[in-house]
Design a protein around this ligand. Sequence first.
Ligand code: PLP
Length: 455
Amino acid sequence: MDEAMHISKSVTEEEKQELSMKVNNESSQTADKIASQGEQAAAVESMPASTSPLRTKPFPSWPQWGEAEEEMLRKVLYAGQWGTLGDQAMSFASRFAAFQDCQYGIAVNNGTQALEIAMRGLGLGFGDEVILPAYTFIATASAVCACGITPVFADIDPATMLLDAADAERRITPRTRAIIAVHYAGRPCDMDAIMAVASAHGLKVIEDCAQAHGASFRGRKVGSFGDVGTFSFQETKNLPAGEGGMIVTNNKEVFAECWHYHTSGRALEGSAELGGLVLMGTNARMAEWEAGILHVQMDKLEGQMAKRTENARLLRELLKDEDWLELPAQDERITCHAYHLFTMTLKKDVLGMSREEWIRRVSAEGIPVSASYNPLYRDVMFSSANFRRMCAPVSGSAVTFASCALESGSMAASDDCKAVEEAAPWNVYLTQNVLLAEAEDMQDIVKVFRKVLGR
Ligand SMILES: Cc1ncc(COP(=O)(O)O)c(C=O)c1O
């Protein structure tokens, strides 16, 4: 048996849960440090730690594996082809694209590269602007920057924490070329509104579906609405392979362009020939181990999706009368929420404590909760020397990308994202593996939520 596998197998479920609680506690401690600089410091420090946690039973660990994964790894090993457009990667790309209602799929090495290649495949580059939500993982923005494109941050709808299409429309300039719709937490964006804005202004749409495997809007899977969709198979995702990503599209030209970029600029046909090079690409191909694992994990995905949906429905029902939190608004056009995260916004006026203190108390009672993103334009990345160095002048141009981004005002203007400024500091979530537990475990969550508020 592979040594790494042996080591992971020797970690018990309890140890894993303990580890994840430790990580969770550490992130809460970091958040606590931040809070302690503010006015809530006194309240935070005077709170006693829980001596008898209401819950000690671990939630299901993640990722999950068994004999089928082990067998698949052996199969890839003995097949003797471990990478470079192998059978597993090619067949998984077709299978996953079809699952997401798309004709074409390209298996790549991660979700960040998938985004970058998608933008290059659409012909976007230096001098262009792309609008994206100010509330997302850093990779959505860093992939934009890596292409030399200026990110323009738009506000979110606080009822959903997703891109506000009307606000995105207000930020369109003559340089705007595309909108990135991020299906944060696995909840599909309002694709009616986003596609309407894009078509009215002749913009491309990229769907960042890193958290939304299998999610659908009006019965149609995410990734199939825009010009191109991207996914991540990083370890925490609902479909994990450790690392990995996918580009999906229904547009043959976009597929061909992305194909060239992902495999060192080679042509789609005759790719083994050096003469088949058609552009300067990169190597972002998926390894066979990852694709093999994804095939096996995918066999389980729909069963897991049903379980998450059922538990999320129950949790929403159990929490519906709590006056100290707000659940994302229901939208009947959402035919499948992937529930990568179960998000909640705490009501600061009712809660009576800081978010960090709430997280600390809930975690201490055995429920793993976490804080979500900060407004992305505030990230230190954008003011770092490294950012300016990474975005160096493009040859032949006197204008640097960094100067475009920072001095054209497009990033500074992002400061007026009022909804994200107000909602982000109070957003929290449970992760998808918690929703794979049993109905009585959902009851525990609610009991803990009440206990920490003294109810
Ligand atoms: C919204 C979003 N976009 C992009 C990515 C990047 O994916 P990866 O980690 O596979 O590079 C992630 C990963 O967490 C994500 O959550």
